[in-house]
Design a protein around this ligand. Structure first.
Ligand SMILES: Nc1ncnc2c1ncn2[C@@H]1O[C@H](COP(=O)(O)OP(=O)(O)OP(=O)(O)O)[C@@H](O)[C@H]1O
Length: 223
C-alpha cells in the first residue's frame, strides 16, 4: 500500500522530512506521533499526493509519488486533515452529495451515512451552522461513502465526543478489513494504541518505532 525509501520533503525550502523510510502493507493501520512541527501533517500530505518528494522514492497504491501516475490513485485516497474540507454555505447533505458525484458514488447512500455518524437529523443544516464536532463527523460520513483504499487521518479523535471517537476506530477497521491501509497521526497515544496495529514516532525528519506507552503503577509512578 505504501513504500517510502529515503524520502526527503522540504516545505518553503526548509527540510522537514529527511531520509524517511516507511512500509505499510494491505490491511495494516499505522499510527504516527511526534512533537509539534516534526512533520506529521507533511507526511500525510506527501501520502495524499499533495506534495512531491525532493529526494528518495515513494509509492502509494502502486503509483510513484511526485509523478503523473498519482492522478490514478487520488480517487482512492481519503484524507481528513486538521480543518474540515466542507463547503460552509452548503448543507451537510449537499456537501456529501457533491463528494459522491465527484467520486462516482450513488447519492442515495448519503442519508444512511449521515445516520451512521449521528447526523441524520442535521442533514439540511448548513455547515457554517454546525459545531466543529459535527463537521468532523460529516467528514467521517464522507469516508464511509467514498470507501477509500488508503485512509489518512490527521488528529481524527480531536474534538469528538466519546461515541464519535469510537466511530473513527470502526472506520479504520473497515478500511483494513477491505484490504486497504490507514495512517493515523495523533498526539493521543492511548487512542492510537486502540486504533492501529503499530505506532511510529517522527523525530528529526524520519520515523522510528515508538516506545511502548508508559503505564502508571499505583505507588510506583511511571514504568
Ligand atoms: N506553509 C508553510 N510554510 C513554511 N513552513 C511550514 C508551512 N507549513 C508547515 N511548515 C513547517 O513544516 C514543519 C512541519 O509542519 P507539520 O505541520 O507537518 O508538523 P506537525 O508534526 O504536523 O505539527 P503539529 O503536531 O503541530 O500539527 C514545521 O516546522 C512547520 O513550521
Amino acid at each position: 500500500m505504501i513504500e517510502l525509501c529515503g524520502i526527503s520533503v522540504s516545505v518553503e525550502r526548509t527540510p522537514v522530512l529527511r531520509d524517511l523510510t516507511l512500509t505499510v502493507g494491505a490491511g495494516e493501520a499505522v499510527g504516527v506521533t511526534g512533537a509539534n512541527g516534526s512533520g506529521k501533517s507533511t507526511l500525510l500530505r506527501l501520502l495524499a499526493t499533495l506534495l512531491s518528494p525532493a529526494a528518495g522514492t515513494g509509492r502509494a497504491l502502486g503509483s510513484a509519488l511526485g509523478s503523473r501516475e498519482c492522478e490514478r490513485i487520488r480517487p482512492h485516497i481519503g484524507l481528513i486533515g486538521h480543518s474540515p474540507a466542507l463547503y460552509s454555505r452548503l448543507t451537510l447533505a449537499e456537501n456529501l452529495r457533491f463528494f459522491c458525484r465527484l467520486t462516482g458514488v450513488d447519492v442515495s447512500a448519503v442519508g444512511a451515512a449521515l445516520d451512521a455518524v449521528g447526523l441524520g437529523r442535521s442533514a439540511d443544516r448548513p455547515v457554517d451552522r454546525c459545531s466543529q464536532g459535527m463537521q468532523r463527523r460529516a467528514e467521517l460520513a464522507r469516508v464511509i461513502l467514498t470507501k477509500p483504499t488508503l485512509l489518512l487521518l490527521d488528529e481524527p479523535h480531536a474534538g469528538l465526543d466519546t461515541g464519535s471517537a469510537g466511530l473513527v476506530d470502526a472506520i479504520i477497521d473497515d478500511v483494513c478489513e477491505r484490504g486497504g491501509a490507514a495512517v493515523v497521526v495523533s498526539h493521543d497515544r492511548a487512542r492510537l494504541d486502540v486504533a492501529v496495529d503499530r505506532v511510529l514516532d517522527l523525530r528529526a525528519g524520519s520515523l522510528h518505532d515508538a516506545l511502548p506507552s508508559a503505564t502508571v503503577v499505583p505507588g510506583q509512578g511511571l514504568r
